[in-house]
Structure formats: structure tokens, C-alpha cells
Design a protein around this ligand. Sequence first.
Ligand code: SAM
Length: 243
Amino acid sequence: MTFRAAVITLYPDMFPGPLGVSLAGRAREEGKWSLEAIQLRDFAADKHRTVDDTPAGGGAGMVLRADVLARAIDHARAVMGDSKPIPVLAMTPRGRPLTQARVRELAQGPGVIVVCGRFEGFDERIFAAREVEEVSIGDIVLSGGEPAALMLLDACIRLLPGVMGAPSSGTEESFENGLLEYPHYTRPAEWEGRTIPEVLRSGDHAKIAAWRKLQSEVDTRLRRPDLWERHEGARVQSASGAR
Ligand code: SAM
């Protein structure tokens, strides 16, 4: 099954961009995913191809019009025409932070329609009117939704069947089990006086697995106390549920 992506943007030339090379580029050539970059201006109703207007209530900047966005989304849904509904995601810092769990769900579906904002963002009415999921890629503000859309698509594409070499490389990553991944090392065994942890050279797979698990837990606790708290909460809950 081909994972189908449509991106609604004022800058279709930004796609596939970095998704045209490496794993994603090869996967697209092999038909594992497809991409349609849709120019939002094509859905404007005037000869100037206007897509935005001033904010209601005043203030700086411009806002993308709901009517123009709606026509573009309706068009994208029509061209994607699938028996399963294709989720529509708008990239916005006001959205729900993107997680690996959500990416995995999306990658298992038929595809995505991604709407990229510009200026001050979207007329709020579009979200309920077209069942659009608002997604943020972090607590930062970009000048446009395109880099965020590229990130979202990259994260989905690498999980598609047959895209990554070793199947375990998809499931042993950071966030897949609620923790950060353990640290990696490679040759040479000694470099600038720094050595690889002895256990990794022991050849004892059980010991290596135990060391990696511990590192993963320690690093998560130190670097991402928010993740650790959630992980511990879920562990305690499942243990008490099992009793
Ligand atoms: N006025 C908006 C706010 O303060 O929430 C910021 C608008 S931003 C300058 C323009 C566009 O960039 C947004 O509509 C969105 O599409 C995209 N964008 C910026 N930061 C983002 C983020 N953290 N996650 C997803 N999209 C983002």
C-alpha cells in the first residue's frame, strides 16, 4: 500500500526538498509513498489570488482565510479519494505536540493531508469546519509550516514497511518505549584517551541488553524528567492493574 501525502502550501517548491534524498527519496522512487504539493493560491477567489486578510479585532500581520483553506482541503480530500478517511493536519505552534506514538498511528494509515501556515496562521474556524487536527513540532516559532510538515512526513516515512533496513532500528529508538535510547559507540575502541564501556566489548548479549536498559533509564531521568515521570506513572499503573 502506498502512503499518500498531500501538502497544502504557498511554497510547493519546498517539497519534496530533503524528502527527495536518502531513505525517503528512495522509498518514493519505489512507490512506498507519494507526494502531492498543492498551491494554496490556486483556491483563492479573486484575480490577485489572495489567500489572507487582516486579523479581526486588529493587530499585526495577516491571517489565512478559512474559505480559501476549505476549498484547498476539499480538493486535497477529493484527489486523495480513499475508502478510509485521510487525516488532515495543520501545522501550528498552538497544536498538540507531535509524539512518536501519533507518528506511528499516522504511518499505519492511508496517508495525510498537511496544511502549512504562514503569516499569523489560520482563521480558527477552519479547524472545526473541516475536522483539522492541530499539530505542533515543539515550543518554537517557525516562519512557516513547511519545515514542520517536512519533519512530520520524514518521521512517518521512515516507519513505512520496507523503508528502514533493520526492522529493529524502528522499534529500539528514543520514545518508542517511552524512554530515550541508550548511547552508541563505534570503532576505534579508544579515541583521544576515551574508551568504549567495557561491557559493549564483552560479547555477552544479556549483559549488554541490561546495560543499555539501565543507561536508557538513567539518561531519561536526567535529561527528560517529564518523560521519566510519564513512563514511571504508566509502569505503576500497569503493575497495579495487573494485580
Ligand atoms: N502567530 C502564530 C503563533 O504565535 O502561534 C505563529 C505563526 S508562525 C509565524 C507561521 C506558521 O508557521 C504557522 O501558522 C505554522 O504553520 C508554522 N509554525 C510555526 N511554528 C510552528 C511549530 N512550532 N509547529 C508547527 N508549525 C509551526
